[in-house]
Design a protein around this ligand. Structure first.
Ligand code: SF4
Ligand code: SF4
Ligand code: FES
Length: 254
């Protein structure tokens, strides 16, 4: 069901229950968000996507995170105000404490005019630039590999292989956590034939037509098993699959 709301004085129509962050961004609003990924449930950990919301029938304005706020009829939303910028700046300072050199945070600090560092930086983080958003854990879990976990609390919180292991035993080397990581801090090293990530080294599967690496053999096997397909069905890269389709469509024998 569609509902009407107001975002920054502009009437907007959106699906009821959609995330206010997604709706605001679709409406062209620039709302910073580091721990959000549309494929996994929100946990609202970075606190950068703050907005102001007034619900119908209420005369007070709530400052809240937008990634986990479901859209409903009659909301009046503001995505940028002195109050929002003040709190975003404070939350950014807290993130900078964990990852003072992360380029994405430095860029946001410039955007929000955060010049001071009131909080002493954490210097012994096992994964420099990690903001503990858990996107890697949540994405891996959504893919059903469950190779990572968040452990500890406060200063001792960590993400990585569970139970303090040095290698992620259930990892298949798909690289989805690397793609999802907002600060690009997960080390993944590819050679022509191997991929090393989370303490494991995997053999790469290469395209039978062009020789480009496609993914790891472990990932291809896991995908084929999940779809009940022979592993051979994944032995062409996306470019060669598209070319093969075009060739077949253009063939006079079709
Ligand atoms: S590379 Fe490993 S840890 Fe990362 S999402 Fe894939 S299976 Fe999970
Ligand atoms: S490694 Fe990246 S995705 Fe995982 S918690 Fe840290 S910042 Fe988030
Ligand atoms: S994106 Fe909403 S709290 Fe991080």
């Amino acid at each position: 069901m569609d509902v009407e709301l107001i975002i920054d004085d502009v009437p907007v129509t959106a699906a009821a229950g959609a995330s206010l962050l997604d709706v605001a961004r679709c409406a062209g609003r620039d709302v910073p968000a580091l721990c959000h990924h549309e494929a996994v449930p929100a946990i609202a950990s970075c606190r950068l996507c703050l907005i102001e919301v007034r619900r119908p029938g209420r005369d007070w304005v709530q400052l809240t995170t937008s990634c986990d706020y479901p859209v409903s009829a009659g909301l009046v939303v503001v995505t940028n105000s002195p109050r929002i910028r003040k709190h975003r700046g404070m939350n950014l300072e807290l993130l900078l404490r964990r990852a003072p050199d992360a380029p994405v945070l430095r860029q946001l600090a410039t955007q929000f005019g955060v010049t001071r560092a009131r909080f002493a930086p954490v210097t012994d983080a096992p994964l420099p630039d990690c903001i503990l958003c858990e996107l890697c854990v949540r994405v891996c879990c959504a893919l059903d590999y469950n190779a990572l976990a968040a452990t500890g609390r406060g200063h001792d919180k960590r993400v990585g292989p569970p139970f303090g292991r040095t290698a992620a035993k259930d990892c298949v080397g798909c690289g989805s956590c690397v793609e999802a990581c907002p600060t690009a801090c997960i080390p993944m090293a590819d050679t022509a034939t191997t991929r090393t990530i989370w303490g494991r080294t995997f053999e790469l599967l290469t395209c039978v037509r062009c020789g480009r690496p496609i993914t790891t053999k472990a990932h291809a096997a896991a995908m084929a098993a999940g779809a009940d397909l022979p592993v051979k069905s994944t032995d062409l890269c996306e470019v060669c699959k598209a070319r093969l389709t075009s060739e077949r469509l253009a063939s006079p024998r079709r």
